[in-house]
Design a protein around this ligand. Structure first.
Ligand code: ZN
Length: 313
């Protein structure tokens, strides 16, 4: 396989194929496998040897409950032409739709890893691994949590910067030759921050220096990566901390009354809880003008695809 063919094969995987649902299983497995490869770990790994880590990644960065189907990418990635399986023929020779259970994969000691042509290409081209990882991260995760995802799979983003060609270095979603390339609206941030009067709509943070807001960001409710539009009704002004934990699903905003609801998975010591959870059940510090309020459709997407159920009582 040529470099372009390999990139194209990984690009096809990362396409969101299920409409609005987040398809995060295969991207996380690919990133995990890239991390293993770059650390020189064995090219094939038993499902049992990777499932805990994959489950944890899905729990942290996937929609609620997605860790329960952690075996799906291990099995289905083969149909994308970049992954191979080895193990008992009665399992590995099944048609793609006949997904084995978690128990069958464990018992059969089924091993998976990048297909040989991919592995060979990656072994001779560190920049290719970096480029695949960069494209997957950009396509599936908002910027606020990309570093967390990379750290969790053991990929060093800073080392990548030197591997990538100058034309790609530091680029965000604009560089990848995507079939449906979208441009970001450069005025999104300003529009959202202005609507919320330059303060975090959860905690009211409005620190400034020399007239500039510090640590204040415009978050997408429905991610840009999920085709969420750059409109005020899909934005929230959040401080850096609330932005990150919003994108990790630690809290959401109810669509009816705009109440802020935290996840039961969020914990911390007394001080942290007092600061963070004080906002549980509170209303959003609303924008100026009702026409800027978050659209219920985008809030519903965040609840279903990002928020970590269950909510605190
Ligand atoms: Zn805040």
């Amino acid at each position: 396989m040529t470099r372009d063919e390999i990139l194209a094969a990984f690009d096809r995987i990362r396409v969101w194929q299920q409409g609005d649902r987040r398809a995060v299983h295969k991207p996380l497995l690919v990133l995990l496998a890239l991390g293993r490869l770059l650390r020189g770990e064995s090219p094939l790994v038993e499902f049992a040897g990777i499932e805990n880590k994959l489950g944890k990644l899905l729990e942290e960065f996937g929609p609620s409950g997605s860790e329960r189907t952690r075996h799906n990418p291990f099995w289905h990635l083969r149909t994308d032409g970049v992954w191979q399986l080895s193990g008992p023929a009665e399992t590995t020779s099944r048609p793609p739709g006949a997904t084995p259970t978690i128990t069958e994969l464990r018992r059969g000691h089924v091993e998976g890893g990048f297909a040989e042509p991919v592995r060979l290409a990656l072994a001779h081209d560190a920049a290719l691994a970096a480029e695949i990882a960069r494209r997957i991260l950009n396509a599936h995760f908002p910027e606020s949590i990309r570093r967390d995802v990379a750290d969790a799979v053991g990929l060093d983003l800073d080392a990548f910067a030197s591997e990538l060609a100058p034309t790609n270095a530091g680029a965000d979603s604009a560089a990848a030759p995507e079939q449906e390339q979208r441009r970001r609206d450069p005025t999104f941030r300003e529009k959202v921050l202005l609507a919320y009067e330059y303060r975090c709509c959860v905690c009211g943070h409005d620190l400034r220096m020399g007239g500039h807001a510090i640590g204040l960001e415009a978050a997408h409710i429905k991610w840009f990566q999920a085709r969420g539009p750059d409109v005020v009704q899909n934005g929230l002004a959040l401080c850096s901390l609330h932005h990150k934990i919003f994108d990790l699903g630690a809290f959401t905003v109810l669509s009816g009354n705009h109440q802020i609801v935290f996840s039961r998975h969020l914990m911390g010591g007394e001080d942290t809880k007092a600061k963070l959870l004080a906002h549980h059940g509170a209303g959003l510090i609303g924008p100026q003008g009702g026409d800027c309020l978050p659209d219920p459709e985008y809030l519903a997407w965040h609840r279903a695809e990002v928020f970590k159920e269950p909510a605190r009582g």
